[in-house]
Design a protein around this ligand. Structure first.
Ligand code: SAM
Length: 229
């Protein structure tokens, strides 16, 4: 659903990309780019086009995510930040007042994330560690507005819930990417997403939306849930 309701503030616009309109975020660090993304000018400012084939969050926006559960000043714990493609756009939106803690356990990928993204963006804090051990991050007295999870692991929902118990505020949001084949290649993907949603509900969340990410990513869904107060 491509409406203003999706976007919430000035840091995101819809830009023409070929025959489609894609979201674009106000570049927090003009002149510095993250992944060879297209750049457009709007009202004299530089916006980076958010490619839904490269970022599942952009795919979810195009496929009907009603609301991005963060804004200027939000705090976010991001598990599986990889080289930071999606994180860079979130960093644009939360601005200098916000903070994104990006957890990544693969050393080479984490190094690229630090070099290309965290080094240039003061609101991005890299954490090179395994998301299975949230107690090791050393986030002192930090509770975040959103936990974003994209780790493609069979036990990812359990990992997500453990991180939410440690770090998510009451009434905070969870965005969980489900890649069905990473959980069980033998099962029906729709059944998998339903099972994972049930686990989230049993852990004290309401499900707000479940969005299929095709045609951008096959057998992927994004679950948006809210922690009960
Ligand atoms: N979210 C990224 C984006 O949109 O740009 C893509 C993430 S990629 C699908 C999954 C990443 O999760 C990989 O970089 C992988 O190394 C990382 N990962 C998987 N299991 C992890 C764990 N237990 N702890 C930390 N990172 C993990």
């Amino acid at each position: 659903m491509k409406t203003e309701e999706n976007v919430g503030d000035q840091s995101i616009i819809w830009a023409q990309s070929g025959r489609e309109k894609w979201p674009a975020t106000l570049n927090l660090v003009p002149g510095i780019y993250a992944y060879g993304e297209k750049v457009v000018k709007h009202d004299g400012s530089e916006y980076r086009v958010w490619n839904p084939f490269r970022s599942k969050l952009a795919a979810a926006l195009l496929n009907g995510l009603k609301r991005l559960p963060f804004r200027k000043g939000s705090s976010i714990l991001y598990l599986g930040v990889s080289t930071g493609t999606t994180a860079s756009h979130i960093s644009d939106i939360i601005g200098e007042e916000g903070v994104l803690y990006g957890v990544e356990f693969a050393p080479r990928v984490a190094r690229e994330f630090v070099e290309n993204i965290a080094r240039h963006r003061l609101n991005v804090v890299p954490i090179v560690d395994d998301a299975r051990h949230p107690e090791r991050y050393g986030l002192v007295a930090s509770r975040v507005d959103l936990v974003y999870v994209d780790i493609a692991q069979p036990d990812q929902t359990e990992i997500a819930v453990r991180n939410c118990i440690s770090y998510l505020k009451a009434n905070g949001d969870l965005l969980l990417v489900v890649k069905a084949p990473s959980i069980d290649v033998t099962k029906n993907p729709q059944e998998i997403v339903e099972n994972e949603s049930e686990k989230i509900v049993e852990s004290g969340f309401h499900i707000l939306q479940i969005i299929k990410l095709e045609p951008f990513d096959s057998a992927h869904w994004l679950i948006h849930a809210k922690k009960k107060g």
